[in-house]
Write a protein that binds this ligand. Structure first.
Ligand SMILES: NC(=O)c1ccc[n+]([C@@H]2O[C@H](COP(=O)([O-])OP(=O)(O)OC[C@H]3O[C@@H](n4cnc5c(N)ncnc54)[C@H](OP(=O)(O)O)[C@@H]3O)[C@@H](O)[C@H]2O)c1
Length: 285
């Protein structure tokens, strides 16, 4: 039996859709925070457990009879590592045999990306638990990029703080497919740390060049300081902690933390992950 957490979210629900092509629905349980959030999954024949990363009893109940767990990292900004530690503790108590964790590319305690530090701590906890694991080191989602590009169609300019660094953006659904591959055959992926990326990393100048071709008008990239980026988000009404987290992503990109590409994801899913240019073409043409 496989438990998917974060099953109401994008990555968790997409992972379940890929998994349903590989294992019977009654071998899958989905952790969601309310009945309503589980309704769509229940209709697909998936077993539903109601629980919260903060609620130990609910986690223990959800993990009863579970062999393999997909821990989807929490979307909250504060208390993320504590939430993950709770899930790992419950998995240990419940006798879960294998944990697949949606982490970040090359997580590090020294990361400029604030969430990257939580991911590094979580990976340490998983390794210390004695449970076998597969760490999915996901790079940034393509799906997330339009949020960073702003209204370039109107201004002809992408304002961002990535310097000249390259960054690998990869489609979330390709990552979900890789999760399903690993979850359906965990013994082939024991104690592996995978770098989950598409084939190429691009600078924001490269990305602006792609956008120019796609929208058939000049698009330039202008670098702004991290401080200006942060202030701009605050002026647009983003809460301070969200702005800080978003700025930390830019700082990590600028430091080259997402400048990486290999064929691990392609090998896992058996086809080429979507390239960023094809993603941008689908969004903007
Ligand atoms: N690589 C990237 O570019 C990137 C970008 C964004 C996020 N991420 C990370 O990747 C994760 C998955 O991405 P996603 O797109 O699927 O995010 P998402 O759509 O926001 O889904 C997050 C899931 O986590 C669940 N969750 C949050 N707090 C919880 C708690 N205390 N207890 C139980 N469940 C909880 C949410 O449940 P509810 O539906 O009840 O809220 C939701 O199902 C995110 O949570 C985040 O950690 C990565």
């Amino acid at each position: 039996m496989i438990l998917i957490t974060g099953a109401s979210g994008h990555l968790g629900s997409s992972t379940i859709d890929f998994l349903l092509k590989k294992v019977p629905a009654n071998n899958i349980r989905a952790l969601v925070r309310s009945e309503e959030k589980g309704a769509g999954l229940k209709a697909k024949g998936v077993d539903i457990a109601i629980g919260d990363y903060f609620n130990h009893e609910s986690l223990l109940a959800a993990m009863k009879g579970i062999d393999t767990l997909l821990l989807v990292s929490s979307s909250s900004i504060t208390g993320r590592h504590e939430q993950h530690a709770n899930v790992i503790r419950a998995a240990k108590e419940a006798g879960v045999k294998h944990i697949v964790y949606s982490s970040v590319l090359k997580s590090s305690a020294d990361s400029k990306f604030t969430a990257g530090i939580d991911h590094a701590k979580t990976e340490e906890d998983i390794k210390a638990s004695g449970i076998t694991y597969s760490i999915m080191g996901n790079t940034l989602y393509c799906d997330f990029l339009p949020m960073l590009l702003g209204n370039f169609k109107e201004t002809g300019t992408v304002y961002y703080s990535a310097g000249k660094a390259k960054v690998n953006f990869t489609l979330r659904n390709d990552m979900a497919e890789a999760n399903a591959v690993v979850l359906s055959n965990p013994s082939s992926h024991q104690n592996k740390v995978y770098n989950i990326t598409s084939a190429s990393a691009y600078s924001f100048s490269d990305i602006s060049g792609m956008l120019s071709e796609i929208v058939k008008q000049p698009v330039n990239y202008i670098e702004i300081s991290l401080e200006d980026l942060n202030n701009g988000m605050l002026q647009h009404g983003l809460p301070a902690d969200v702005a800080e987290m978003m700025t930390s992503i830019a700082a990590a990109i600028k430091a080259g933390e997402f400048d990486y590409a290999d064929d691990t994801l392609e090998k896992l899913i058996g086809h080429k992950p979507l390239d960023l240019k094809d993603f941008l073409t689908a969004v903007y043409s």
